[in-house]
Design a protein around this ligand. Structure first.
Ligand code: MRU
Length: 368
């Protein structure tokens, strides 16, 4: 099942706040509600946030009372602002809303209903592409995982963090499909426990051999030779290869380097932000104190303890062996390899869009 999808004029998604206890589908009918679903983390993970935001733009078009193109564009620009403000670090969010707005601004369709349909089709295409891209990334990444490997994984980067299949967990699923005997150490990933609540749930359903570990155990496992490869995803990758990912990633990467363990970041080219020269420019989200002083609404610290809760950190590119994208694995110097991958990724999206238009046009001709 897909993490997020469009059905009956609504954006629907599995409510990840309730996993692994309950599997509930949440439904959203307005742009403000979709923005809230991202902010409150019903949906999370950079690619899943991007797809949700794309559907949010389609919803904005559907709900807009506009009867002319200019008014519809005005409402779409407002929707983009609302959605982009939901979470700051994952660049896939503004990448997706930009892609939908660009389509509306540049498509020559004066009929607003045709424009509404085109926007929904684009959101669906973006979601479908995400799954296809993840599979390609997974198989690209599987090439660097030896049979019999022990992997260490941080946060959740699986089907739940994307539309389906996942990024770093996609590499693990691809290894499994190839019949490799692998085992995964799953960082629980405090404070929100995406590793424990989501990754363990996913890997157990997929019957991938794994052990859940407290985050603090990772260094011990690496020093004692029990980890062969470290894999994680990204919320944004700067032009020089610095990676923003879930808080704690940096610590894992540094210890891996100290122990000579290769570190692979797995992220689609839509997560690469060439406009930012390095990781210091990436905005780091800060979240509420309750994530630190409570677990599952139970207090684990004084309720009024002063708390600092950055949700992401930056891993400098020198700790990253390679960045696995759908366009191949990028190696240092990342400035060149990432730019080339992003350009190939953009060209692929343009090609697919042109093919869709051609198919639609030929269907119209057949109909006439
Ligand atoms: O705060 P979250 O759960 O949205 O953070 C998610 C991560 O940090 C993931 O590792 C990242 O988005 C890559 S997921 C494919």
């Amino acid at each position: 099942m897909r993490t997020v999808y469009w059905q009956d004029g609504q954006v629907k998604m599995i409510d990840q706040r309730l996993l692994p206890g309950e599997e509930v589908i949440a439904e959203f009918s307005t742009v403000a509600e979709v923005a809230r679903s991202i902010k409150e983390m019903y949906v999370r993970g950079a690619p899943a946030i991007g797809a949700t935001a794309a559907y949010g733009m389609a919803l904005a078009a559907q709900n807009s009372p506009a009867t002319d193109r200019d008014s519809l564009l005005h409402d779409l620009r407002q929707a983009k602002e609302t959605l982009d403000a939901a979470r700051p670090t994952a660049v896939n969010l503004s990448w997706a809303t930009r892609r939908l707005l660009n389509l509306a601004e540049h498509t020559v369709l004066d009929n607003v209903d045709d424009l509404r349909s085109a926007l929904l089709a684009e959101a669906e295409a973006l979601a479908d592409e995400d799954v296809e891209i993840n599979r390609r990334m997974g198989f690209n990444g599987a090439a660097v995982v030896p049979d019999g490997a022990n992997l260490l994984h941080h946060c959740n980067t699986g089907s739940l963090a994307t539309v389906d299949f996942g990024t770093a967990l996609g590499v693990i699923y691809a290894c499994q499909e190839q019949g490799k005997q692998i085992h995964v150490w799953v960082d629980e990933t405090r404070p929100r426990l995406q590793g424990g609540r989501l990754t363990a749930w996913e890997l157990m359903r997929a019957e991938v051999p794994m052990h859940l570990i407290a985050d603090n155990a990772a260094g011990h496992l690496m020093r004692t030779g029990q980890v062969d490869v470290v894999v994680f995803g990204a919320d944004r990758v700067a032009a020089n290869g610095d990676v923003a990912n879930k808080i704690g990633t940096y610590k894992v990467a540094v210890v891996a380097r100290e122990n000579g363990i290769p570190v692979y970041c797995v992220a689609p080219t839509s997560t690469v932000d060439l406009s930012l020269p390095d990781g210091d420019q990436i905005p780091i989200e800060e979240r509420g104190p309750e994530e630190v002083v409570e677990v599952g609404a139970r207090p684990i610290a004084p309720a009024d303890a002063p708390v600092y809760n950055p949700a992401f950190d930056i891993t400098p590119h020198r700790y990253v062996t390679g960045i696995v994208t759908e366009e191949g694995i990028c190696y240092p110097p990342f400035r060149q390899s990432l730019r080339a991958a992003v350009e190939r990724g953009r060209a692929a999206v343009d090609l697919k869009r042109a093919a869709r238009r051609l198919t639609a046009a030929s269907q119209k001709v057949e109909y006439c």
